[in-house]
Design a protein around this ligand. Structure first.
Ligand code: SAM
Length: 218
C-alpha cells in the first residue's frame, strides 16, 4: 500500500468518468453509482499503477488475489438493494474496496477474509480512510454465526454451490448474492429468503472470480 493518500481533481475526475462508464454498461441504481463515485479506488493501488485504478478492470492486489472490477462491484451491490442500516456480511474482504462501497450506502458491514496478509493490510488502511466495518479473519464460507441474522450477504469469490449455512444466517426477507460455477466462470446467483426454508433463486450473468476456498467451498 504505497500510494500517498491524496484525492484531488485528477482522481475525482477519473472517478466521475468511471461512473459514466458503469452507467453505459447498465448500472442504473443512482445510490450505487454515487457510492462508487465517492470511494477513492486509487488508494488500493501502488502509486506506480495509478493510471490503472479508475479503469473498469480487476487488478492484482497480492497473495494471488484481485481488487474486483468496478462493474462487478456495482452489479453485486445493485442486486443487494442496500437500505441504510442494513446488516451486511461480506465474504472475501480482499483489499476492502467493496466494503467501502457498502459502507457509503449506510450499511453496517461485517467482512471476513481468509488470507492473513490481506486482512492485516485492510484493518489498517480502511480505518485510516475513515471506513469502519467489523473485520474478521477466517473461513467465510461458513458465514459468521455469532452475528447472524444478516439482512444481506455478499460473496466476492466464486463458489462451487450455494452453502446452506449462509442461507440459514439470512433474516427473512434477506438477500444472498453469490457467484456460483466452476473454477473458470461463474453465474451470479441471488437468493431471496421468503420465509424459513422458502427461497427464491435467480441465476443471472456470467463472471470470473477467484475461488472461494474453505469448508463449504472449494
Ligand atoms: N471484495 C474485494 C474487492 O472489493 O475488490 C475483492 C475480493 S477478491 C475478488 C476475493 C477474496 O475472497 C480474496 O481476497 C480471497 O482471499 C477471499 N476468500 C476466498 N475464500 C474465502 C473464504 N472462504 N473466506 C473469506 N475470504 C475468502
Amino acid at each position: 500500500m504505497a500510494y500517498k493518500f491524496v484525492d484531488n481533481y485528477r482522481e475525482k475526475g477519473a472517478r466521475k468518468r468511471l461512473v459514466e462508464v458503469l452507467k453505459k454498461k447498465g448500472i442504473e441504481d443512482e445510490q450505487v453509482l454515487a457510492a462508487i463515485g465517492k470511494v477513492p479506488r486509487h488508494y488500493f493501488f501502488d502509486e506506480t499503477f495509478w493510471n490503472q485504478s479508475y479503469k473498469d478492470i480487476a487488478f492484482p492486489i497480492g497473495e494471488g488475489q484481485t481488487i474486483s472490477q468496478p462493474y462487478t462491484v456495482a452489479y453485486q451491490t445493485e442486486l443487494l438493494h442496500i437500505k441504510k442500516g442494513d446488516k451486511v456480511l461480506e465474504i472475501g474482504t480482499g483489499c476492502g474496496y467493496q466494503t467501502c462501497v457498502l459502507l457509503e450506502l449506510g450499511a453496517k458491514v461485517y467482512t471476513i477474509e481468509r488470507q492473513e496478509k490481506l486482512y492485516e493490510r485492510t484493518i489498517q488502511v480502511l480505518p485510516y480512510m475513515g471506513y469502519k466495518p467489523e473485520f474478521f479473519l477466517g473461513d467465510g464460507s461458513k458465514g459468521i454465526a455469532k452475528h447472524q441474522p444478516y439482512d444481506k450477504i455478499i460473496v466476492t469469490a466464486g463458489a462451487p454451490f450455494v452453502p446452506d449455512i449462509l442461507l440459514q444466517q439470512l433474516s427473512i426477507g434477506g438477500i444472498l448474492v453469490i457467484p456460483v460455477g466452476d473454477e473458470q466462470t461463474q453465474k451470479m446467483v441471488t437468493v431471496l429468503k421468503v420465509a424459513e426454508n422458502d427461497y427464491e433463486k435467480i441465476v443471472l450473468d456470467t463472471f470470473r472470480f477467484v475461488p472461494l476456498v474453505g469448508d463449504r467451498a472449494w
